[in-house]
Design a protein around this ligand. Structure first.
Ligand code: FAD
Ligand code: DHB
Length: 402
């Protein structure tokens, strides 16, 4: 319907802002329980499918994706890992998660692949995903019919009346800021370093991930497939990628990762970028009929790979709450959404902060700080209790229910 002001009006049950993993998975879960949604995204489909980000799933995230029909390609192509290596003081030690946690594991499966599968599944089911929108707005949030407005790629303005709106628009989105001023309480930390991440066409030099604390800074060897490696280096917080030639990156990775008898294989670098590191939690994650999920509400530093797993967990809780609210007229899940998510968010926030500060070199670090880090690392590899703490947090502490 076209109104006098040339705005097209529409009606849906849930308006979802953002086609990252949170928004797309929410739309998929809602559809499985018969709830309609629209997803609006300001980037192109190609951009969303190519954006290099996370790559490691907790056991519960993998199980959920499988349970909701998104497991076929993941099961065929992903890599299952039963532990990690922790390296410090020139020695590499293995932590066996299966042994420590009674059989739990993690899965290497890139965020890009999850996003591709989700977009394909949603479009095949006839879902509406609007890419390349602009001027997204969410209003009337305290009413039972909140409104989502956007301008589509062709320039037409749309107004969608919803029963609920999900802000899945990442850390720099508009939904969090659309809440009334003064409502949100923010807890945050900035870290005095950043990560330089590369993707390289070379088989991984390791069977499981290597987390290395080195006096020159942290390094991580992870992977995407049996043919593609992903590696990260701690760099100064304000460092620019232009200063990092491929040769310099490989030399630094070699210095920080190599131990006697082990060599880092190198290959062509296809992607490199510097990302800042921050912890941030905004509370509450809900105002009226607006619900925030994933990076829109909280971010963690990447060490320990919790960001994507938290986004998956948030929308699993949110989908259940919205189904109760909209199908069964039971508002209790929606009212408890924020508290239900924040327990897990804070556990992951603590774990990510702990892994980060245990493994990175603070530029202002003194001898005392360095010795505490080394003592903690020695304790983690020597004490079964300490190793289990790391293993149960890494593989996912709180179960996901769907
Ligand atoms: P996002 O993936 O950010 O998706 C939000 C979407 O909303 C985006 O597509 C965005 O374009 C869209 N959007 C924003 N504003 C609007 C608007 N106004 N209108 C419409 N759409 C909008 N986590 C790990 O676990 N391991 C990692 O190695 C790792 N690396 C990372 C590297 C980088 C550079 C970044 C930024 C994050 C990384 N993360 C990592 C975190 C992880 O990728 C995120 O936690 C995850 O993407 C969160 O998913 P999301 O759907 O909540 O948000
Ligand atoms: C990856 C990223 C992480 O931050 C991490 O701790 C483990 C794996 C990854 O990109 O594969």
């Amino acid at each position: 319907m076209v109104g006098l002001d040339m705005t097209t009006s529409a009606r849906t049950q849930v308006g979802i802002v953002g086609a990252g993993p949170a928004g797309l998975l929410l739309s998929h879960l809602l559809a499985l329980r018969g709830i309609d949604s629209i997803v609006v995204e300001n980037r192109s489909r190609a951009y969303c499918e190519a954006r290099q980000r996370a790559g490691l799933l907790e056991a519960g995230s993998t199980e959920l994706l499988r349970q909701v029909g998104l497991g076929a390609r993941m099961d065929a192509e992903s890599l299952e890992h039963g532990g990690i290596y922790l390296q410090f003081a020139g020695e590499r030690h293995h932590l066996d998660f299966r042994d420590l946690t009674g059989g739990r594991w993690v899965t290497i499966w890139a965020q890009t692949e999850i996003v591709k599968d989700l977009i394909r599944a949603r479009l095949a089911a006839g879902a509406q995903i609007e890419f390349e929108v602009s001027d997204t707005e969410v209003t009337d949030l305290s009413s039972e019919t909140p409104v989502l407005r956007y301008t589509d790629a062709a320039g037409t303005r749309h107004e969608v009346t919803c029963d609920a709106i999900a802000g899945c628009d990442g850390f720099h989105g508009i939904c969090r800021e659309s809440m009334p001023p003064g409502l949100l309480r923010v807890a945050e930390r900035e870290y005095p370093y950043a990560w330089l991440g590369i993707l390289a066409i070379v088989p991984p030099s390791t069977d499981e991930l290597i987390y290395s604390r080195h006096d020159d800074g942290f390094a991580l060897h992870t992977m995407r497939t049996t043919q593609v490696s992903r590696l990260y280096l701690q760099v100064p917080a304000d460092d620019e990628i232009e200063g990092w030639s491929d040769d310099r990156i490989w030399a630094e990775l070699r210095r920080r990762l190599e131990v006697p008898g082990w060599e880092l294989k190198t290959g062509p670098i296809t992607e490199k970028a510097v990302s800042p590191m921050r912890s941030y939690v905004a509370t509450p994650m809900q105002y009226g009929r607006l619900f925030l999920a994933g990076d829109a509400a909280h971010i963690v530093p990447p060490t320990g790979a919790k960001g994507l797993n938290l986004a998956i967990a948030d929308v699993t809780v949110l989908a259940t709450a919205l189904v109760s609210l909209l199908r069964d007229h039971d508002p209790s899940g929606a009212a408890g959404y924020s508290d239900a998510c924040l327990r897990r968010v804070w556990r992951a926030t603590h774990f990510s902060w702990w892994m980060t500060t245990m493994l990175h070199i603070d530029p202002h670090q003194d001898r005392f700080g360095a010795e505490l880090q080394l003592s903690q690392l020695r304790y983690v590899i020597a004490s079964r209790a300490a190793a289990t703490t790391l293993a149960e947090n890494y593989t996912g502490y709180y179960p996901l229910r769907w």
